[in-house]
Design a protein around this ligand. Structure first.
Ligand SMILES: Nc1ncnc2c1ncn2[C@@H]1O[C@H](COP(=O)(O)OP(=O)(O)O)[C@@H](O)[C@H]1O
Ligand SMILES: [Mg+2]
Length: 163
């Protein structure tokens, strides 16, 4: 998990982070696993919420509550199924299989907060977003993943300007 980032974005505001998530949404598909790494308040849920709502489209945009207590929330979107998980309270890694998450890694777009809880169950092919707080409304968002991710996201990241 100590791989180098292929891209880092500085977000000056919650709105800029929302814009980034909306802009990246079309890059993702069922079978993609995105690990959202960062401390409490770093913006993991904020990013996932804006990504999910962008995938739902304006007519479908529904509430996206934090899955803090439910562990997992699932959504049907025109792109396919989305799983939003917060594994902070995961008791044991075997619960991941109990929840059916290993299957969802193959069939849904999975957005996972507190992915360290997965241990070796985290797919090698996952994209990691490392979010870190930089002052009150600043956040750095580092993209970590294999060459496939770098190639796939390049057109989206090149055109990203955060205001
Ligand atoms: N640049 C920023 N990007 C994202 N969130 C930000 C930013 N600046 C401030 N925030 C705030 O930080 C909080 C992040 O909360 P949340 O997404 O629930 O964090 P986490 O899920 O990582 O614990 C939100 O209240 C959001 O408005
Ligand atoms: Mg959260």
């Amino acid at each position: 998990m100590s791989r180098a980032a292929f891209h880092t974005v500085h977000s000056p505001s919650p709105e800029a982070s929302a814009h980034l998530a909306q802009h990246l949404a079309p890059a993702f598909a069922p079978g993609d696993v995105i690990l959202l790494d960062g401390d409490i308040g770093a913006g993991k849920t904020h990013f996932a919420r804006n990504l999910i709502q962008a995938l739902q489209g304006p007519e479908f945009a529904e509430d996206v509550p934090s899955p803090t207590f439910t562990l997992v929330q699932t959504y049907d979107t025109p792109m396919g199924e989305v799983w939003h998980a917060d594994l902070y309270r995961l008791g044991d890694v075997s619960d991941v299989f109990e929840l059916g998450m290993d299957e969802a890694f193959e069939t849904a777009l999975c957005l996972i907060e507190w992915p360290d809880r997965l241990g070796p169950a985290a797919p090698d092919t996952a994209l990691t977003l490392r979010l870190a707080t930089r002052g009150e409304t600043g956040r750095s968002i580092a993209f970590v993943g294999d060459h496939c991710w770098q190639t796939r996201l390049a057109p989206y990241l090149e055109r990203t300007t955060l205001k």
